[in-house]
Design a protein around this ligand. Structure first.
Ligand SMILES: *Cc1c(COP(=O)(O)O)cnc(C)c1O
Length: 364
């Protein structure tokens, strides 16, 4: 095994290190300190939104968003079945029920045509997930939610900087949620953020993040909250990462272009698409391995692994896993999950790494 190419690795540098040193020297290592408001303000501004509330994870951000909107027992929340499990789990944490919707076959996010049939009198909100870096069709989704008076919580954990018709994801929902986990487009190690234009909602999220403590009366708790705070150490890394976000996105788009030019017109391989209204940020560069390809997807994963190339299958549809299993079928998501393969997608990939990966896929 000559090479070892990970599916994703972060790119951290001197600026991150210097910020962390500054945070350590300042003594502000928990959830006070200058980097937290700096990260919140700069990230919110990057997305064109007024308020940012940094959290301990993307999952915490989703849980806070749902709780702040008053969603709980007896409510239903529409989510795509093809997503990372945290989207559905956050709904469950509140006591509400996730109601699943199938994927669009071309760009894999929630299929807007199938949303309305999932709406019931109990539906309170929808969580569109900008999957693998491709935006959802927010125009149609916002239109549906206005007609049915539903809240929109964007799960933008995989799509920092992606755009729908020129407008950044994270700027469409009542609240939007991001993750800064180690394999996301930018990272704080663990971390997340809620964005909203609504000042009252932002304040409610801040209070819920800090044990439900009354901001004007120490140790007085009006509601049951959580400890979902981000630390100043994490925010120190986040501020530095944010300055590189546009560069990372350009590189991810270049990597996607190189993969696609090398893999195009190969029988049995379907390339990821970027819809005409979309700017895809390719958090992961993911392809589909059709049944007429030389070998099955799982064999290919194993073979690439043996050659030092780490790949991943797409997510399993949430409705197919034990905590959520029911007898519904979502054939598009099921097919995508069975055929999908994410290739190494780090911004640190070099041209020759990509050529090696493609060569291993095609000519082994
Ligand atoms: C990563 C991710 C999350 C959760 O973020 P964490 O920071 O890992 O808690 C939520 N939704 C999606 C779609 C994700 O990819």
């Amino acid at each position: 095994m000559k090479t070892k190419i990970p599916i994703a690795e972060p790119l951290l540098g001197v600026e991150e290190l210097n910020n962390v040193i500054e945070a350590v020297k300042s003594g502000w290592v928990s959830s006070k300190g200058k980097f937290i408001p700096e990260f919140e303000e700069e990230f919110a501004q990057y997305c064109g939104i007024r308020h940012g509330v940094a959290t301990s994870s993307g999952t915490a951000a989703l849980h806070l968003a749902l709780t702040a909107l008053g969603i709980g027992k007896d409510d239903e929340v529409i989510v795509p079945t093809l997503t990372f499990i945290a989207t559905a789990n956050a709904v469950r944490y509140t006591g509400a029920k996730p109601v699943f919707v199938d994927s669009h076959p071309d760009y894999w996010c929630i299929d807007p045509e199938k949303i309305e049939e999932a709406i019931t009198p109990k539906t309170k909100a929808i969580i569109p997930v900008h999957l693998y870096g491709h935006p959802c069709d927010m125009g149609i989704i916002i239109d549906i939610t206005r007609r049915h008076s539903l809240y929109v919580i964007e799960d933008a954990a995989e799509a920092h900087g992606a755009k729908h018709k020129g407008k950044k994801v994270g700027s469409f929902g009542d609240i939007s949620c991001f993750s800064f986990y180690g394999n996301k487009i930018i990272t704080t190690g663990e971390g997340g953020m809620c964005l909203t234009n609504d000042e009252e909602l932002a304040e409610r999220i801040r209070i819920l993040r800090d044990h439900g403590m009354n901001p004007n009366k120490k140790y007085w708790h009006d509601v049951i909250g959580f400890n979902y705070r981000m630390t100043n150490l994490q925010a120190a890394v986040g501020v530095a990462q944010l300055h590189k976000l546009d560069e990372f996105i350009s590189r991810k788009r270049e990597i996607a272009q190189i993969y696609s030019s090398l893999l195009k017109d190969i029988a049995g391989i379907i390339l990821p698409r970027e819809m005409p209204w979309a700017k895809h940020v390719y958090w992961m560069y993911s392809i589909l391995i059709e049944d007429n390809f030389r070998e099955g997807r799982d064999e290919l994963i194993e073979k690439l692994g043996a050659n030092g190339i780490e790949t991943r299958p797409l997510f399993y549809p949430v409705h197919s896993m034990p905590p959520y299993r029911n007898n519904q079928r979502f054939t598009v998501a099921e097919q995508l999950s069975r055929k999908g393969l994410s290739l190494p997608s780090s911004v640190t990939l070099r041209q020759k790494d990509i050529e090696y990966i493609v060569q291993q896929i095609l000519f082994h």
